[in-house]
Design a protein around this ligand. Structure first.
Ligand SMILES: [Zn+2]
Length: 340
C-alpha cells in the first residue's frame, strides 16, 4: 500500500508546502485549511482552486519513480497480490502495473461526472476545459463536472471494498510505502493482515505505531513482526531490491536517469553498524544491519536503550527481507516465475 511519498521524487508538487509554485498559486484562493481543496463545499464555492490543482496533477505530466518500478518488479516476480494506492497520479499504471492488480483507492482521472446530477462527461472534454483554465460545467444542469477523484466525505470506489477482505485474508507480507497513515479508511489497511503477517514500513518518518487508539498498529520494538526503513522511499526499495538479489532485474526496469541516481550500497564496515554489531556474526544482509543502525543512531544518541532498539530493528528488517525471499522462492517453485 502506498501514499504520496512514492511520488514526491517524480516532482509532483506538494500543495501543502510553502514556497512551491503550486502552493503559491493556491494561496490566492485562501483555503481555510489545505485539505479543503478536496471537499465538495469548497469546490462549490471556489471551483477554480481544485481545477488549478487538477491541471497541475493531470496524468501525463509526470514520470514514475523507482518505487513505482519496484511495484512493477513485484508484479514481474509473481508476488504482487495487489497494490493499493492513495495517489491519483496514475504513475503505477505508467510504470506498467496491471489494471487487475491495482486498486486506486482515492479514484483517478479516468472518469468524470457532474456533482449535482451525476451525468457522466467525456474525460477528453473535461481535460480540454481544465487545460484552458475553465471550470467544466454539466451540459444538462450546469453543475460542476468533477473527475472521479474521491473527496472527503465521499465513498471509496466499490472495487476497494470488494477486494479488501479477500486480499487481506491471503496477504502474507504487507509493504507500506510513503504514507503518513492518517487518512481513513485507507490507513486502516495497515492493520488488516492476520496477526502473524510481517509488515515493512518504508517511509521518511515512523508512523502508524501501536497505541491505545491503534492497538493493531506497528510495534517495531517489542515484536519481530514489524520492520521499518526510515528514509526516502526510492532508497528504501533500492536496498530492499539489493537485499533480495534483484538489483539487476530492478535496474533493467529503470529509465537511465533513475539508474544513475541509485543510492550507494550501504557499507558493511559503516561505523554505526560496527558499533552496535557486537558479537553478532551474521554475515549476510549487512546492508540492512548498517542501514538499521544508521537510521537509529541518527535519531538519537548511543545509549544502551538505543543499541537494544537498533539490534531489534536490524532483526526486524532481516526478517522482512527473509520473508520476501521465502515468498518468492515458494512462488517460483509453485509455478511460473515471471522471468523474462
Ligand atoms: Zn449535472
Amino acid at each position: 500500500m502506498a501514499g504520496a511519498g512514492i511520488s514526491t521524487s517524480a516532482g509532483i508538487p506538494d500543495f501543502r508546502s510553502p514556497g512551491t509554485g503550486l502552493y503559491d498559486n493556491l494561496q490566492k484562493y485562501d483555503l481555510p485549511y489545505p485539505e479543503a481543496i478536496f471537499t465538495l463545499d469548497y469546490l462549490r464555492s471556489k471551483p477554480e482552486a481544485f481545477f488549478t490543482l487538477a491541471k497541475e496533477l493531470y496524468p501525463g505530466n509526470f514520470d514514475p519513480t523507482p518505487c513505482h518500478y519496484f511495484i512493477k518488479l513485484l508484479q514481474d516476480k509473481g508476488v504482487l497480490l495487489r497494490h493499493y494506492t492513495q495517489n491519483i497520479d496514475t504513475l503505477e499504471r505508467a510504470a506498467g502495473v496491471r489494471d487487475d492488480l491495482l486498486v486506486e483507492a482515492h479514484g483517478s482521472f479516468a472518469q468524470a461526472a457532474c456533482i449535482d446530477c451525476s451525468h457522466r462527461h467525456d474525460t477528453e472534454w473535461v481535460k480540454s476545459q481544465i487545460d484552458k483554465d475553465a471550470v467544466p460545467r454539466c451540459e444538462s444542469c450546469g453543475g460542476i463536472v468533477k473527475p472521479s477523484i474521491v473527496f472527503f466525505g465521499e465513498d471509496l470506489p466499490r472495487r476497494f471494498g470488494q477486494l479488501v477482505s479477500e486480499d487481506f485474508e491471503k496477504c502474507d507480507l504487507l509493504i507500506v510505502l510513503g504514507t503518513s497513515l492518517t487518512v481513513h479508511p485507507f490507513a486502516g489497511l495497515a492493520t488488516m493482515p492476520k496477526p502473524e503477517v510481517p509488515r515493512l514500513l518504508i517511509n521518511r518518518d515512523s508512523v502508524g505505531e501501536r497505541d491505545i487508539l491503534n492497538p493493531d498498529g506497528f510495534d517495531f520494538i517489542r515484536t519481530n513482526r514489524d520492520a521499518r526503513y526510515l528514509g526516502s522511499c526510492d532508497d528504501g526499495v533500492w536496498h530492499l531490491a539489493r537485499g533480495l538479489g534483484w538489483a539487476s532485474d530492478f535496474e533493467a526496469l529503470l529509465p537511465e536517469k533513475w539508474r544513475e541516481r541509485a543510492p550507494l550500497p550501504l557499507d558493511p564496515t559503516d561505523r554505526s553498524s560496527a558499533e552496535a554489531k557486537g558479537g553478532d556474526d551474521r554475515s549476510t544482509d549487512t546492508e540492512y544491519e548498517s542501514e538499521a543502525e544508521a537510521g537509529v543512531s541518527s535519531n538519537g544518541g548511543s545509549d544502551t536503550e538505543d543499541d537494544t532498539d537498533a539490534a531489534r530493528h536490524r532483526q526486524d528488517v532481516i526478517n522482512a527481507v527473509a520473508h520476501v525471499e521465502a515468498t518468492v522462492m515458494a512462488s517460483e517453485h509453485e509455478a511460473q516465475p515471471a522471468k523474462d
